[in-house]
Design a protein around this ligand. Structure first.
Ligand code: BGC
Length: 472
């Protein structure tokens, strides 16, 4: 049965006016480097796959498994990360993930059998699942309302940079056929991040949720560099934890209707993000372009360009997120993506040929990726880390991260089949419609959380406000 809503709405935490401390920003930036690792492992495999297939005489099915076993690992990783991170903390979860990435990359680089590659990719997948769960959550707990959006967007931007780096490294090592160097590359950044994890503080919210209030106060004072602000923040966290402190995520889901709503919103956001079609372009850009009569080399360079635009726009998004706010940016992002995919649908559907049509298709894909990078990419991760109440945050973020990887797997594993059955034109038209659906979803359900403390969002959620009004 649902418990009475706490009276916390009567004493809301005032919005934080002071800028975040330098230590908090440094810690958040270090954590954001996990995005680079996630992206690198996504981008590298495109080029390495052909060599692996050749050296191990792997069938097309086996090659598909080399790609998709990572997503299965990520699904399990994001699920397990919720439990691990709640028990042992964000810092240890991130450290464990970097070790797993290092081990997985080493297994792949030294593989004598295709099975060893599959095991290595699975371990990397588990680690990526842990990183995508832990990093945005940890960052949002380390920073204040003013910097939160920008810092979580940095994680997303670095993910895009990692994909680009993966494409580039793939191109660089491909000439000499050095695929082992390619797949072994993540060992270096993984070990660097592992070392950096030792310097990270524990999350103050996590410490408080475990009843370690004095440690939380010390960390907060260190992060914010302002004792009064730190103490005020701890009071808010303590107040929000209330009676739900010891309750697990699943029990909270059954007991609190407001938690069911925030979990559903997080899952919805991640499902919609994947239905934009981003990974169809990320994973299949060379195939789409070769289908449009590009040569293999031209398609490879155009793919690098796609990665470059995704990364550069991600840098711009860091600034836009704090200025424009979440809702306007997300709506503009989806409209741009819907229009770009609409153009791609016309070009493909009408079988337009010639240089003009080919260049227009590349332009449409670039505009699409830019639209994603400025909004749906960074903002979905940001919002998912902001909307969950503290007592169920691990569970809520684990559910939304799981939805991200599940839909990623579903979309990327069905894309070629759908194109085969319906043609590329109708497939792109379908994704364009999904983006219009995302506009409606945003207008009706997504809150504006810019500059709003997590504790205030939680109070509004508890008070039963409509989802789109739990922010400002
Ligand atoms: C998405 C990933 C995607 C990446 C591309 C992320 O926000 O969740 O699925 O591959 O952006 O940059």
């Amino acid at each position: 049965m649902s418990q009475p809503v706490s009276s916390s709405i009567a004493t809301p935490c005032p919005p934080q006016a002071s800028p975040p401390g330098a230590t908090g920003v440094r810690a958040a930036l270090t954590t954001a480097m996990a995005g680079l690792l996630v992206g690198l492992d996504t981008g590298l495999i495109a080029e390495a796959l052909g060599f692996i297939g050749h050296d191990f005489h792997a069938s097309a099915r086996a090659q598909e498994w080399v790609v998709s076993v990572l997503m299965i690992g990520a699904l399990l990783g994001s699920l397990g990360a919720g439990v691990f991170s709640r028990r042992f903390g964000r810092r240890l979860a991130l450290g464990a993930a970097t070790l797993l990435i290092g081990a997985g990359a080493l297994l792949c680089a030294t593989a004598g059998l295709i099975g060893q590659i599959l095991l290595g990719r699975f371990l990397i997948g588990v680690a990526i699942g842990i990183c995508t769960f832990t990093a945005p959550l940890y960052i949002s707990e380390l920073t204040t309302g003013k910097m939160r959006g920008a810092m979580v967007s940095t994680f997303s931007m670095l993910q895009s940079c990692g994909i680009l780096l993966g494409y580039l490294a793939g191109g660089l090592f491909a000439g000499g056929g050095h695929w082992r160097l390619m797949v072994g590359l993540p060992v270096v950044p993984a070990m660097a991040l592992f070392a950096a994890c030792a310097l990270l503080p524990s999350s103050p919210s996590w410490l408080a949720a475990r009843g370690r209030f004095e440690e939380a106060r010390k960390v907060l004072r260190d992060l914010r560099g302002d004792e009064a602000e730190a103490d005020r923040e701890l009071d808010c966290i303590r107040h929000e934890l209330g009676a739900d402190k010891a309750v697990g995520g699943f029990a909270l889901l059954r007991a609190r209707p407001y938690f069911r709503r925030s979990v559903a919103l997080g899952i919805g956001l991640q499902v919609m993000q994947q239905l934009t079609g981003i990974n169809v372009v990320m994973y299949y850009a060379p195939k789409i372009l070769e289908g449009a009569h590009f040569g293999t080399t031209a398609a490879a360079w155009a793919t690098v360009l796609v990665g470059l635009v995704n990364a550069v726009v991600g840098v711009g998004a860091i600034f836009m997120v704090s200025r424009w706010g979440r809702r306007p940016l997300l709506v503009s992002s989806c409209i741009i993506m819907a229009c770009a995919l609409g153009c791609a649908a016309v070009i493909e559907g009408m079988h337009l040929q010639g240089l003009g049509a080919t260049l227009s298709l590349v332009a449409a894909l670039l505009v699409f990726v830019a639209g994603f990078g400025m909004g749906a990419g960074p903002l979905v991760w940001t919002l998912c880390s902001e909307i969950q109440p503290i007592a169920g945050r691990d569970f809520g973020v684990a559910c939304s991260t799981l939805a991200n990887w599940g839909m990623d797997w579903a979309v990327s594993n069905t894309f070629l089949t759908i194109v085969g059955a319906m043609g590329a034109g109708w497939t792109f038209a379908g994704f364009s419609l999904m983006n219009i659906g995302f506009v409606l979803f945003t207008v009706l359900l997504v809150p504006e959380t810019r500059d709003v403390p997590l504790e205030v969002i939680e109070q509004h959620l508890e008070a039963g406000l409509p989802l789109r009004r739990i922010g400002r």
